[in-house]
Design a protein around this ligand. Structure first.
Ligand code: GDP
Ligand code: MG
Length: 370
């Protein structure tokens, strides 16, 4: 990938050419003043003299192509809300996600085989809502740990026969820490021992106060099992997203987050992404972590091949060189050379980090032996 001549390295580091040549020879590498060394070797030489070697040129490539210019207000267009369902175990997250998916299948989609791609879209009044269908904290916290904030609204599922439980409180804390508004779905209202008032009472203690008590939290009674209250819940999501004024610029190169990824025997690397900005198209060059490539195909949550994905819309991307990490950002760049240069730079950086770790380890081991 990246290399530098010994002459140049000597000038940059202020180390005599002869000292570098001797050092290399002591590692079994014979070279001369005009030989090129790779980044890893340059790092090794630097480390001997306590100089940290970093790649300046490639860092520029990364910052030039991956820095997003702020959009003007007139470029922004409304985008669908991205919703995550959270709540205590057995309170009905999976059942609710299922009910939502099934009650809102438009006729054009009927009969289509729904694919599990980590997220799905439903439509109400010609407006889309996107659900992350990996319920629970894992997805949410894994994303947040990588600095990816994708959720606009949290649906907090609380079973009306059970009330507030430890994971209910955990979910509230996660949502608050991420500054994501909560809609409460009071579930299992079909049960004879359901007590929605108690749920309201208990949640008020955590600052989630219903509108009828002078607060601003939306509570929707539902039965995920009997598919009751689902449309009301969706309507409330749309109402809240209007208040949030969710917008993005669809008319630029896309960027977003990887929410699922796997290696498929036939298709190779399959990455589900959520577009956060711009429009992702077949034929675009994508970089995510060290993985890159030309988008060979885009597949939506109904298993259909699509040509593009606009902001908030989840799609599976085929054509990447490796399986990218969940939570990593992805970017569309102008051409494949740039994508490769960024990938090489990142690989070098990873190698350097590994090298530094090994160095540190052997140093510590040495220290312990003394
Ligand atoms: P999760 O752990 O939060 O994903 O909960 P599940 O969706 O797996 O539901 C746990 C149990 O509660 C299952 O046996 C569901 O059938 C049941 N359940 C979920 N929603 C309702 C509901 O609205 N009413 C009733 N009676 N049972 C429900
Ligand atoms: Mg579940």
């Amino acid at each position: 990938p990246s290399s530098i001549s010994i002459k140049e390295l000597s000038e940059l580091l202020g180390i005599k050419v002869n000292d570098i040549l001797k050092f290399l020879l002591s590692h079994g590498i014979s070279s001369n003043i005009n030989s090129n060394v790779d980044f890893e070797t340059a790092t090794m030489i630097g480390a001997k003299y306590n100089i940290e070697v970093i790649l300046e040129e490639q860092q520029d490539i990364e910052s030039i192509y991956l820095t997003e210019e702020p959009d003007r207000e007139d470029q922004m267009e409304p985008r669908p809300p991205i919703v995550t369902v959270m709540g205590h175990v057995d309170h009905g997250k999976t059942t609710l996600l299922d009910a939502i998916r099934k009650t809102n299948v438009t006729s054009s989609e009927a009969g289509g085989i729904t694919q599990h791609i980590g997220a799905y879209t439903v439509e109400l009044n010609n407006r889309k809502i996107v659900f992350i269908d990996t319920p629970g904290h894992e997805a949410f916290t894994a994303m947040r740990a990588r600095g990816a904030q994708i959720t606009d609204i949290v649906i907090l599922v609380v079973a009306a026969d059970d009330g507030v439980m430890p994971q209910t409180i955990e979910a509230i804390n996660h949502a608050k820490a991420a500054n994501v508004p909560i809609i409460v779905a009071v579930n299992k209202i079909d049960k004879p021992n359901a007590n929605a008032e108690r749920v309201k009472q208990e949640l008020s203690e955590y600052g989630l106060i219903p509108e009828e008590w002078g607060g601003d939290t939306i509570f929707v009674p539902v039965s995920a099992l009997r598919k009751q209250g689902i449309n009301e819940l969706l309507e409330m999501i749309l109402l809240l997203s209007d208040l949030l004024e969710l917008k993005a610029n669809p008319n630029k190169r896309a960027s977003g987050v990887v929410i699922e990824s796997r290696l498929d025997k036939g298709m190779g690397s399959v990455a589900t992404v959520l577009v956060q900005s711009g429009t992702l198209k077949v034929g675009d060059i994508v970089i995510s972590g060290t993985s890159f490539g030309r988008v060979r195909a885009l597949i939506d949550d109904k298993g259909r091949r699509v040509k593009k994905a606009t902001p908030s819309i989840p799609v599976s991307v085929l054509g990447l060189s490796e399986v990218p990490n969940v939570g990593d950002k992805f970017y569309v760049v102008p051409d494949e050379k740039i994508a490769k240069a960024i990938s090489d730079y990142r690989k070098d950086r990873l190698r350097q980090q590994q090298y530094n770790n090994i160095n540190k380890l052997s140093f510590d081991q040495l220290f312990n032996q003394i």
